[in-house]
Design a protein around this ligand. Structure first.
Ligand SMILES: *Cc1c(COP(=O)(O)O)cnc(C)c1O
Length: 363
């Protein structure tokens, strides 16, 4: 049978492999593989979803007016400059579709979030990875990889899976070194967790510099990965393009309701941040004290790099954790075959994980 020809690039794609959530032979597992919020979802968001179910026969508000108003209020932004999407993933996809195609290049750091590469290949554009410096994005290397064909530069800040970040002055230097017509997308999925004086998610840069977009998500600190909800803060001309391209009802009725309620639940966000501050520092210190090699993560996860000697490798550690029902994330897909990424979960989960890694390294 003759098949219809597939568009360029798509056959080069490998489907994204999500974090696993089950281990054979274990009825319950500790899932630390997808950077989901440790404290679950705001009770206010859950109540809002329950209330919204009666309206499920209706189409959602395609303009996401109430949700955009809640985001605008929380961060002091102009609601007209916000676009909501089915996860920030959808917004990444829309930006790539809008601004890149065959012959164009989409640039990002070496160990960047995989979706930038996947969506670039999906439109037939060429993904270009610039080397990093000690698992930190390198502004000079990124600028050195810009060509006449570069259309978009994606920077996750902080980055997943390395957990490292660039200071706002470095990000500004990146923007100022880029051609004005290159779109700079600052993916700030973990911004809420960062507690550093020299970090900014990028709002001011979107305002002060042309062609700069900030992306945020409800999947991490808001604990709403299952709802699929993210948002972009962008210049008016980019907002216009995203609104032309997105499907009219891209965000579900329940996601809209949950998102607006969660945005307003600042106490929940504060609690989640405090939890992460404590357990990120605790996990990092314990593992380093055991001799493990960790990056300076500012996200809700740590990246641990293992030696290559047999019995001590990342794969060995992964197997030891699995034997205890603990699922973390292998990083081979990110070009880091000797590393595991471990999400910060509840206190009990982190205790169990550190206990298992203590046993592993002392065995
Ligand atoms: C988790 C994550 C996202 C969020 O994706 P959603 O589609 O909003 O769930 C975006 N970017 C990075 C770097 C992430 O780690």
């Amino acid at each position: 049978m003759k098949q219809p020809p597939v568009r360029p690039g798509i056959l080069n794609l490998k489907p994204y492999v999500a974090g696993e959530s089950a281990i054979e032979g274990h009825a319950t597992v500790i899932k630390l593989s997808s950077n989901e919020g440790a404290l679950g979802t705001s009770p206010k968001a859950i109540a809002a979803v329950r209330q919204a179910t009666g309206e499920l026969f209706r189409y959602p508000d395609g303009g996401a007016v109430a949700l955009r108003a809640a985001i605008a209020k929380r961060y002091g932004l102009d609601a007209d400059r916000l676009v909501c999407g089915a996860g920030s993933d959808e917004l990444i996809s829309l930006l790539v579709r809008a601004y890149a195609g065959p012959g164009d290049e989409v640039l990002f750091p070496e160990h960047a979030f995989l979706m930038y590469r996947i969506y670039a290949q999906g439109v037939g554009a060429t993904p270009v990875a610039a080397p990093e410096n000690g698992l930190i994005a390198d502004v000079d290397a990124l600028l050195a990889h810009v060509t006449d064909n570069t259309r978009i530069l994606f920077l996750a800040n902080p980055n997943n899976p390395t957990g490292t970040y660039l200071t706002i002055s470095e990000v500004r230097r990146l923007r100022e070194g880029l051609r004005e017509d290159v779109l700079l997308v600052l993916d700030a999925a973990y911004a809420e967790y960062v507690d550093k004086n020299d970090y900014e998610p990028g709002v001011a840069l979107v305002d002060s510099h042309p062609n700069t977009v900030m992306l945020r998500t409800f999947s991490k600190i808001h604990g709403m990965g299952g709802a699929r909800l993210g948002w972009a803060y962008a210049p008016a001309h980019v907002v216009d393009i995203l609104n032309r391209l997105r499907s009219p009802f891209n965000v579900s009725l329940t996601a809209l309701a949950a998102g607006a309620a969660s945005m307003g639940d600042i106490a929940f966000q504060d609690l989640a941040r405090q939890h992460n501050d404590y357990w990120l520092a605790w996990t990092t210190e314990r593992l380093r004290a055991l001799g493990y090699d960790l990056t300076d993560s500012v996200g809700n996860f740590v990246l641990v790099t293992f030696p290559t000697e047999p019995g001590r490798t990342a794969a060995d550690a992964d197997a030891a954790l699995r034997a205890k029902g603990i699922i973390v994330r292998g990083m081979a897909g990110y070009g880091l075959p000797n590393s595991l990424r471990i999400t910060i979960g509840t206190g009990d989960e982190m205790q169990a994980c550190v206990d298992a890694l203590t046993e592993f390294i002392t065995a």
